[in-house]
Each structure stands twice: as C-alpha cells, then as structure tokens.
Ligand binder design. Sequence first.
Ligand SMILES: NC(=O)c1ccc[n+]([C@@H]2O[C@H](COP(=O)([O-])OP(=O)(O)OC[C@H]3O[C@@H](n4cnc5c(N)ncnc54)[C@H](OP(=O)(O)O)[C@@H]3O)[C@@H](O)[C@H]2O)c1
Length: 302
Amino acid sequence: MRVLVTGANGMLGEKCTQRLNNKHQVFATDVQENLIYDSPVNYSQLDITEFKQVEKMINQIKPEVVVNCAAYTDVDGSEDNKKLAKTINVNGVHNLIEAVEQYNTHIIHISTDYVFDGSHGPYEEDDEINPINYYGQTKYDSEKLLIKSNLPVTIIRTNVLFGNTQSKGANFVHWVIDNLRNGNPIKVVNDQFGNPTWVDSLAEVTEKIIDKKLEGIYHYGGEDYLSRFEFALEIADVFALDNKLIKKVTTRALNQKAARPYKAGLISDKLQNSLDIKLYSIKDALKEMKSEIEEIEEKEDG
Ligand SMILES: NC(=O)c1ccc[n+]([C@@H]2O[C@H](COP(=O)([O-])OP(=O)(O)OC[C@H]3O[C@@H](n4cnc5c(N)ncnc54)[C@H](OP(=O)(O)O)[C@@H]3O)[C@@H](O)[C@H]2O)c1
C-alpha cells in the first residue's frame, strides 16, 4: 500500500517509517528539508500547516493510508505558544482531512493520555475527557475533527514514548542516560504516573492496524504502571548508571509551566482484544534499546 508518514523525523515517525517500509511503499515527510537517519525511503519536505503543500502531495501520491506522527509535542511550550500548538496539532490535522477526503484515505492519528485530567488513571477509551493543559486540549480538538470526518479513522492514544531514535529532543530515556553518564544530578517527579510505551512496539501496532484496517479509538501503553522517578531508576539499573544522581521531586516543587495529569496512563485491553499485540515491560524494552545502542556505538568505534 502507499503509506504517507508525516513527522517522519520524530520519535514515532522514524520507527513507523523504518518498519512500514519493509512491507509498504512509504512516503516519509516532515517539516525539515532532509530525513535525519539513513533509509532507502522516499522523502519530501511537508509542512502540514500549509494546505496547498498538503493538497499537492496528497494528489500526487494518493496514499491509501496516512500515519500522522507530526505534532507540536512540547507540553510546556504549548502554554506559551498556543497559536503554534493549535496551528500544528489542530489545523494541520484539518488540512490532512480536507486533502484526503476525495480519496477516502485511512488516517491513523496519534493522540495522548493528556486528554484526561489524571485524577484516576490509567484510563479506558470511554473515560471522561478533561484536558488540563493546552497541549492536551489541542490533541483532543484534533480527535474531534477526525471523529466528525466521514473518513476511515484510527486514533491511537499513547503515553511517555521512549526508544532509541535519532530525534532525541523529548526522549526521556536519552535525557536520563546522557545526564547520568556525564555525572549530572537530575530531578525527576515522583508523583506523575503512567505506563511508558516503547516506540518500536507502537510502530508494530501501527503496522497491524494498517493490515487489519482497524478503525476507532484505541489505547496503547506499556505493561508497567509507575512514576517518572521509578522509570528513571529502571533506566539507571539497565544501563548500569549511578542512580544516586536521580533526585526525587514533586510536581509542585518542579513548577512546570503546564499542569500535568498525576495519575495518567492507559489501559490497552480494547486493542489487545482486537489485535494480536504484546505489551512490553520497561525492563525488556530498555534491554532491547541498550543492545541497539551498544551495536551502534561498536560500529562507530570501528
Ligand atoms: N512523546 C511522547 O511521549 C508522546 C506521548 C503521547 C502521545 N504522543 C503523540 O505521538 C505523536 C508522535 O510523537 P513523537 O514523540 O514522535 O513526536 P516528536 O518526536 O516531537 O516528532 C514530531 C515531528 O513532527 C514534526 N513537525 C512539527 N511541526 C510540523 C509540521 N508543521 N509539519 C510537519 N511536521 C511537523 C516535528 O518537527 P520539529 O522537531 O522540527 O518540530 C517532529 O519531527 C504525536 O502526535 C504526539 O502528540 C507522544
């Protein structure tokens, strides 16, 4: 199938591009001029906020599936840059819907547990939506646009993505590893809970959704429900780093710009009942990630 991936340079976009290209004809796109990793895939620059660009590309490629991994994902930044967050996360999705309408393209869109308020997670698909920060609001608004469209649509809500990716910006595991390796103490919240999701496994889930043409809203998270602080300790353990550098802090003391759901996270039962998928434990996923990193470092060392 012809699959257009947006945000292909991001964490999930990279893994989807690499994985889906083994089976489908992937057209990878992102707002940057070039792809930031090696891949034989077709790559074009595409800003999803520019309707004319989106329309032109869709008319050229006529994709059977669009996997929308493009987003403004800076949760605190979304409070200061509301217009930008809305333009990318809401108007961008609107542009994709408008452009594919005549082709009845299947849109697979990635959303977040931040559409919930975190009062009693982990959450099921039909729990009450109540975003408490602007990022969560934009992601909910884009979900509504997709539901309202007459297109075949799949919304996958996920949380705390991690994996070995070229894009390291919002990658918590890389942040912890880099700081601990350099001997820098880090403050990590002990009152925000979720079930971190190995991004490779989410790419596999995306592939299965395409194959089965599964539509609807689905949650997908990892097997372990824990605080960010506990997650950081797991990372230190698997990567044999000094866990004494990890300092516990409360959300209140950290004073992040955007409000955070405390008990977030997702229950994946509905997806597990629909597809043959696996939920990964943090340990197993981190071990896989470690072997990948070691392999790359060995190659670099010659
Ligand atoms: N990361 C998480 O923990 C997490 C948790 C729950 C849900 N999600 C959702 O999962 C999806 C993928 O997240 P991710 O972590 O892979 O995101 P990411 O690493 O931030 O990647 C997003 C990509 O989209 C690109 N982008 C930004 N504006 C664009 C535009 N106008 N047109 C085209 N591309 C644009 C970004 O480029 P720049 O870097 O240049 O801006 C980046 O390459 C998002 O929808 C996110 O909301 C993520």
